[in-house]
Design a protein around this ligand. Structure first.
Ligand SMILES: *Cc1c(COP(=O)(O)O)cnc(C)c1O
Length: 405
């Protein structure tokens, strides 16, 4: 029998709503009554279970979604936030105080990079950005002040894979926390099972999957989640990145089809990646044997969900990238838009958009080409048809030369 199955864990959650509804009632209240004043006092002291105090702290709807996501990641607990950045910044500020140090992958989401690079130094928290695939460099970067190793399972936008088991070992050895942003690989990789301490998601992407909401989650031990929500010292409580209950309820409903969607995203992305590769394009996708970390991904993944919905295509110059993306949008193959996990394909040139926070010279050393197009492949019913149309677009803009037969 399989030991851990994220989709089964979500499936097995049972709700008997307040009025017998198969979906739990949405809690549309910012504050809650107490039948006795003593209970209110105890709640402020953190001594009551299951009592709601004020909705910045928690709400029934947010707890339902948090519980489902904790099940998905195999953690004791979780706390949802108003955005992925709300989850990341709260977690880092909870763990890192003045004088502390972070070792972070250098290929991470632009906002996370900007927070560590530009915002945290004013609070005397320094970050060393390293090549996370070089474990020796990671370990060497750790100092006596290091509190956190931070990485993304599949990095944005270069699709580099972090060796989570080995990183967890290094983290344990040095008594620091391994924080993993798992936004690109829900269900297919479960960081906690591989030894991570804290798993974060931007729910905005695959988990919600309909590009109509911004939200995030921190999945961790009950102890850490309680720390985040502590009335006197919790970053989530005091900084206030609270998710709205109505949104928590709608995201919970979308979460239930995540396993079906991830399979389709992965199947479509693998098909396109294989075709593009055989056409001679520079394509990167963890599911391709040519991806230098294909085997590593294989060793960590839950096979049925595949290698994810993201692939990159390097067309060398930003001008070519823009020309191609504009044509593909015109031909209704997807949208020229940032973000990912939508039912339609989304594409953007990372260097001049979501990774523009990273200075050009730094982009160069990490191998981020200005012509790199990141594609979040959609749920297209007929991916062969999509491929043929994409190929036509590539021929029109001379990314591919038309072969006369
Ligand atoms: C989008 C994203 C974030 C930020 O999430 P928001 O919901 O936009 O705040 C963080 N990490 C990764 C990998 C992302 O793709």
């Amino acid at each position: 029998m399989k030991q851990f199955d994220a989709a089964n864990n979500i499936q097995d959650l049972q709700y008997f709503g307040e009025f017998g509804g198969v979906n739990p009632s949405i809690s549309d209240s910012s504050t809650y009554t107490f039948l006795s004043a003593k209970t209110m006092f105890d709640t402020f002291e953190g001594n009551t279970e299951g009592c709601y105090l004020y909705s910045r702290h928690s709400t029934p709807s947010n707890l339902y979604l948090s519980e489902a996501l904790a099940q998905m990641e195999g953690t004791e607990s979780a706390n949802v936030t108003a955005s992925g950045m709300g989850a990341i910044t709260s977690t880092l500020l909870q763990l890192c105080k003045s004088g502390d140090h972070i070792v972070s992958s250098r290929t991470i989401y632009g906002g996370t990079y900007a927070f560590m690079k530009n915002f945290l130094p004013d609070f005397q928290v320094k970050t060393s950005f390293v090549d996370i695939t070089d474990l020796e460099i990671v370990e060497k970067a750790i100092t006596e002040n290091t509190k956190v190793i931070f990485c993304e399972t599949v990095s944005n936008p270069l699709l580099e894979i972090a060796d989570l088991k080995s990183l967890a070992k290094i983290a344990k050895k040095h008594g620091v926390k391994l924080i993993v942003d798992n936004t690109f690989s829900p269900l297919s990789i479960s960081p906690q099972i591989l030894g991570a301490d804290i798993t974060i998601h931007s729910l905005t992407k695959f988990i919600n999957g309909s590009s109509d909401a911004v939200a995030g989650v921190v999945c961790a031990s009950s102890q850490f989640i309680n720390d985040l929500k502590d009335v006197n010292s919790g970053a989530c409580m005091l900084l206030g990145p609270t998710l709205d209950s109505l949104r928590a309820a709608s995201i919970l409903k979308n979460l239930r089809t995540l396993h079906l969607r991830m399979k389709k995203h992965s199947e479509n992305a693998l098909y396109l990646a294989q075709q593009f590769e055989s056409d001679g394009l520079i394509v990167k996708y963890p599911g391709l044997k040519s991806h230098h970390q294909h085997e590593l991904f294989n060793s960590m993944m839950s096979e049925e969900y595949g290698f994810g919905g993201l692939l990159t295509l390097d067309v060398k110059t930003v001008e070519k990238a823009n020309e191609l993306m504009e044509l593909m949008q015109k031909e209704n193959l997807g949208y020229l838009a940032v973000s990912l996990g939508f039912y339609k394909t989304l594409f953007s040139a990372s260097g001049s958009s979501t990774s523009s926070e990273i200075p050009e010279a730094e982009q160069k050393t990490m191998g981020l080409s200005p012509g790199l197009i990141r594609m979040s492949v959609g749920l297209d019913h007929d991916i062969k048809r999509t491929y043929e149309k994409m190929k036509w677009c590539m021929e029109q803009v001379h990314v591919l030369e038309k072969v006369l037969s």
